[in-house]
Design a protein around this ligand. Structure first.
Ligand SMILES: Cc1cc2nc3c(=O)[nH]c(=O)nc-3n(C[C@H](O)[C@H](O)[C@H](O)COP(=O)(O)O)c2cc1C
Length: 364
């Protein structure tokens, strides 16, 4: 096999074309991001809901308005801590954050990350149309939208060029048929082969090459597990890959060890699609919580924690569940009553291993 090329995104060059996908809440924090960055990849801290399980937030606060205000401030302070901790341990590594457009504190989080010297902002769960405005004072910060189609990429390119005179530094193309977490497709579209990397990557690469003089790398996400998957994505025209699920079964993954063990022992048939309060489907592992969510059980926790999303069926319609609370629960080890996101590759991990070992396997 050909040696892997490096990956240039904006002004930043990673030794290997491997981005560790941002995984919330606190599945990919500073520890995982540092390990990946120090092994030559791009390490990504998920910025979502970091305040929840931090010293800055008092979950017992009963006044809803105060709780909300405190939650957003806690998210900001906890993100600063996480970025500083990561930078201290990886002074020269390429570090990014993942921020969700649908979060109410999206603007604050991306502004904070730019101020704190993050190298990249990767952003999905909505089109990151105003992102260049929020980071205008920090042109060295590379901006990377996540899309699932060429159509979405075209909208972003046109808007950014017209309003801000700049283009994305790269695109992550996430395949909703295989990726973990929230998926950029309607439930009835899942399974449609037109969403697969084989269709979307060559089409988007051609659009970007034909339409723009500057090079805009395309990163393939969803279902990438081993070196041959990476080779396959590069052969389609991608400049790199973003990997999520495989990094969960590592020593450095920031989740509780019970979360990693749950992933380790999962089987392919445990992977299910559930509806999320943000109105997007999500891919997750079957457990007691998921059974209840699919059955729309009255036992689901519907108390809205902090009105933290722009779109939230839990807050607005008292339907589904409070997503930050169930993601946090799982990350802290309650893998039966929390939400354990996973890509379609669940069941392939053989052991929990150090990131350096995994990276060596992926790049050798
Ligand atoms: C546990 C988990 C949490 C995730 N959280 C986020 C997130 O907060 N924001 C986001 O953009 N993507 C999120 N993702 C998607 C990953 O960043 C990545 O793109 C995706 O998992 C790639 O597919 P793979 O898991 O098959 O490698 C999550 C994925 C997993 C498995």
């Amino acid at each position: 096999m050909q040696p892997l090329p490096s990956l240039k995104i904006g002004q930043h060059i990673a030794r290997y074309p491997i981005i560790q996908g941002g995984m919330g809440i606190r599945i990919s924090g500073a520890k995982l991001a540092v390990a990946v960055a120090n092994a030559g990849g791009v390490g990504v801290i998920s910025a979502v809901g970091l305040g929840l399980n931090s010293p800055y937030f008092d979950i017992t606060q009963r006044d809803v308005g105060k709780r909300r205000e405190q939650f957003f401030e806690a998210n900001r302070l906890a993100l600063i801590d996480e970025i500083r901790a990561a930078r201290a341990l990886s002074p020269n590594g390429i570090l990014g954050i993942n921020a969700m457009v649908v979060a109410q504190d999206y603007e604050t989080l991306v502004r904070t990350a730019a101020e704190e010297g993050i190298n990249l902002i990767i952003s999905g769960a909505g089109l990151p149309l105003p992102l260049p405005e929020y980071t205008a004072a920090y042109p060295e910060v590379a901006l990377v939208p996540i899309v699932s189609s060429t159509r979405a990429a075209r909208i972003i390119c046109r808007k950014w060029e017209r309003l801000y005179g700049r283009l994305p530094d790269a695109f992550v193309v996430e395949n909703p048929n295989s990726a973990g977490g929230h998926l950029g497709a309607k439930p009835e579209e899942l399974g449609d082969r037109a969403l697969d990397a084989e269709q979307v990557i060559p089409e988007l690469v051609a659009y970007l090459q034909e339409g723009f003089s500057q090079s805009i790398p395309v990163i393939a996400a969803g279902g990438v597990w081993d070196r041959s998957d990476i080779a396959q994505m590069l052969a389609l025209g991608a400049s790199g890959v973003q990997i999520g699920t495989r990094f969960i079964t590592t020593d450095e993954c920031d989740a509780d060890s019970r979360y990693k063990e749950f992933h380790l022992h999962a089987k392919p048939e445990d992977v299910v699609i559930i509806s999320s309060p943000v109105g997007m489907p999500g891919r997750a592992l079957r457990n007691a919580f998921v059974e209840k969510a699919i059955a729309n059980s009255p036992d689901l926790e519907k108390r809205c924690l902090a009105s933290c999303l722009h779109v939230c069926k839990c807050r607005d319609e008292q339907k589904t569940y409070c997503i930050v609370q169930v993601l946090d629960k799982a990350a802290r080890g309650d893998v039966e009553n929390g939400l354990v996101f996973s890509g379609s590759n669940a069941g392939r991990a053989q052991k929990i291993l150090p990131v350096a070992e995994l990276m060596a396997e992926l790049v050798t």
